[in-house]
Design a protein around this ligand. Structure first.
Ligand code: FMN
Length: 184
């Protein structure tokens, strides 16, 4: 194995489009540095100089939207321009959730409305810890058991070293199951 130094290698990650009110305007931001904490919390690592952070702090809430490849250009766009200079509110058709009043993308395959639980600040980043309050799905991505089928979701994925979008590919086996076939 070759040591290539201090390179972040934890990819691919799903692209998450964060929806948030900043003041009285909706803003969207592309965030891929994310992590699951426990079973109901998600960490978003957002550079402190981004515009969206102000809204997450102000309203203590935001939405996380999983989109598919059909939204790739819009997703990339909201990851290039800042709401500080450009009104991104109409980039995605959206609706406002009843409980937390956050914008969710109408075409999202999965959208979670989340409340702010904590902010673990590091030198240049707000690392927002969010609690999932409600999850909305496109019913077409549910399987017969009523669970989200991620092959149907076809989430847009991201990797940083080569700055590329990827897809998830195919099912390889059942977790907590295929390991039982291991030969000694
Ligand atoms: C694919 C992709 C992934 C990104 N992931 C992150 C991220 O994890 N954290 C971050 O701070 N910025 C990330 N960005 C950059 C922000 O989306 C971008 O700076 C955005 O314009 C900030 O918008 P705002 O100022 O309106 O909040 C990403 C951009 C792209 C294109």
């Amino acid at each position: 194995m070759k040591n290539i130094g201090k390179v972040m290698g934890l990819y691919p990650t799903p692209v998450v489009i964060v929806g948030v009110y900043v003041g009285n305007r909706v803003n969207w931001i592309n965030i891929a540095h994310i992590g699951i904490i426990g079973l109901d919390k998600i960490m978003l690592s957002i550079a402190k100089n981004h515009f969206s952070n102000q809204g997450i702090e102000q309203y203590k809430s935001c939405s996380l939207n999983i989109i598919d490849r059909t939204e790739i250009e819009k997703a990339d766009y909201v990851g290039i321009v800042s709401g500080e200079k450009i009104d991104k509110s109409q980039v995605f058709a959206h609706q406002i959730t009843e409980e937390l009043h956050v914008p969710i993308i109408s075409s999202a395959k999965v959208a979670m409305e989340c409340s702010l639980f904590d902010n673990y600040k590091t030198d240049h980043h707000d690392n927002f810890v969010l609690e999932v309050i409600n999850t909305f799905v496109d019913e077409n991505v549910l399987n017969d058991d009523g669970k989200i089928d991620y092959l149907k979701v076809d989430p847009l994925m991201f990797e940083m070293p080569n700055r590329k979008y990827l897809s998830v590919g195919e099912e390889l086996g059942k977790c907590w199951s295929i390991g039982l076939n291991k030969e000694e």
